[in-house]
Design a protein around this ligand. Structure first.
Ligand code: MN
Ligand code: MN
Length: 469
């Protein structure tokens, strides 16, 4: 069933479009590694595309009508965009929903310490990672520091050619006899994921008295603090109100001699977030209102004010209904229940090197098109949103019409593990929801890999969905 490559079906024009799309996506994930950076970038794109900020529309006392475009930002970590359709909102919306957070290491609130002449930042990992994959690779620091006077300093260090990078050390192979006996989950422990941030002591005053003194205590940490003061005007206690994320340093790259793939950090779920907001930007007109949800905290269970389980989405839809002059409890409920959603999230790509972990008949393949997952979950579909056959039938019909190639897949072999997405949260409203996105190799590794053809086909699929549903 999932046995056709998508590469051979494209015209010359489509091939050029595919390359252009892949190039702009590669630039996006190279620059936008955190949910805040994604939000900034996407807001700029939406503004350029004629979308207006919701609070400004509310303040202007203007009503919304068909053809209007609005967006709302949630605490700088998520965006929801709407393209108002000709049909009443009560009839429901066509929703593309993806997440813009990715697995990483978060700096703790009291992170800085020195041990034996090396200064470290202590971290707590975020999302599901194989910890041993994060040692000995160049790392960058992205995030914000909010000081007590409420000024915010943005930090992005480790990405430019002449920026310094950071790393987590690993034991040399020569002495690893005992370490290599350990289980892979224990080889590198969570508490050992501390990044090296400096090794040079602060300069001593060259007085006779100072020379007599023993070396200054924590001189390397003091030097790091002096540099933080110099570069960012921050003190040690400013870490208390900072959000600093440690991510792999460097840009995403074309991959393979044929340049058919992209290797980079954060394909989960930026490879679905990008085609989602590009689709709502590029769609010329819609009958049903189009909605694009880009949300934070999916990797840790969609919790908190910026996760999908927060009421931000529902509240924003209520605001939109209010601005179209049709808000009531019942119209809000109808709008949500009558909606269709593609929960835009990545799926696993079949990996021939680990063939036995997959069911070859029911797995996605690199380069074979957009992936639909009827259900996710684990141990007997537990925790899954299980999309209706009727909804799947309708989607097959529209994708067929627009010659969008799809593949139906599960994450892996039954009872081997599993995963979840934001699908089940939206399904609670009674709307049609299915997981739909791009197949990824090495999911959740510092460097993940996707096929350029798959992300392009997914973009085509999202456009078809907004146009036809
Ligand atoms: Mn995901
Ligand atoms: Mn994930």
């Amino acid at each position: 069933m999932n046995n056709k490559t998508v590469w051979n079906k494209y015209t010359k024009k489509q091939n050029d479009e595919l390359e252009a799309f892949a190039t702009s996506y590669r630039a996006f994930i190279s620059d936008c590694k955190t949910e805040r950076e994604c939000t900034d970038y996407i807001v700029n794109e939406l503004e350029d595309g004629g979308f207006k900020e919701l609070s400004k529309v509310i303040a202007s006392k203007r009503k919304l009508k068909a053809g209007d475009k609005v967006y709302a930002v949630n605490k700088n970590k998520g965006v929801i965009a709407f393209f108002i359709g000709k049909e009443p909102l009560e009839n429901g919306m066509n929703i593309l929903g993806a997440h813009i957070d990715s697995p990483r290491l978060d700096v703790k609130q009291n992170p800085l310490y020195e041990d034996t002449g090396i200064a470290y930042l202590d971290t707590h990992y975020y999302g599901g990672i194989k910890k041993y994959q994060w040692v000995t690779i160049p790392l960058a620091i992205h995030g914000v520091v909010v000081k007590k006077d409420l000024t915010t300093t943005i930090i992005n260090l480790g990405e430019e050619e002449d920026d310094p990078v950071f790393f987590i050390s690993d034991l040399l192979i020569h002495l690893s006899q005992e370490q290599l006996e350990k289980k892979a989950a224990k080889v590198i422990e969570g508490e050992a994921l501390d990044i090296v941030i400096g090794s040079k002591p602060i300069a001593q005053p060259k007085t006779a008295k100072a020379k007599e003194d023993a070396e200054e205590k924590e001189a390397v940490k003091k030097s790091v603090l002096a540099l933080l003061k110099e570069y960012y005007d921050m003190d040690e206690e400013d870490f208390l109100s900072a959000e600093l994320e440690i991510v792999p340093a460097g840009k995403a790259r074309d991959c393979g001699l044929d340049r058919s793939m992209i290797m980079g950090y954060g394909h989960d779920d930026k490879s679905c977030a990008y085609p989602s907001f590009r689709a709502i930007l590029d769609t010329p007109a819609v009958n049903k209102t189009a909605c694009c949800i880009l949300v934070d905290k999916e990797e840790i269970g969609s919790v908190g004010a910026t996760g999908m389980t927060s009421l931000f989405f529902e509240n924003t839809v209520a605001e939109i209904l209010n601005l179209t002059g049709s808000l009531s409890d019942i119209t809000l409920r109808r709008c949500l229940a009558n909606s269709n959603m593609l929960s835009s999230d990545v799926s696993s790509a079949f990996d021939p090197s680990y063939a036995s972990s997959f069911d070859k008949k029911n797995v996605a393949y690199l380069g074979r098109g957009m992936v639909l997952c009827k259900f996710t979950g684990a141990r007997g579909k537990s925790g899954s949103n299980d999309a209706d056959a009727e909804y799947l039938g309708k989607l097959r019909q529209i994708f067929d019409q627009d010659k969008v190639q799809i593949q139906l897949a599960e994450l892996g072999r039954v009872d081997l593990g599993g995963g979840g997405t934001i699908a089940y949260i939206l399904a609670k409203y009674g709307m049609n929801v299915i997981d739909c996105g791009v197949a990824v190799l090495n999911m959740h590794a510092p460097m993940e890999v996707i096929s350029k053809a798959d992300i392009y086909e997914t973009y085509r699929g999202y456009l078809s969905f907004l146009k036809n549903m």
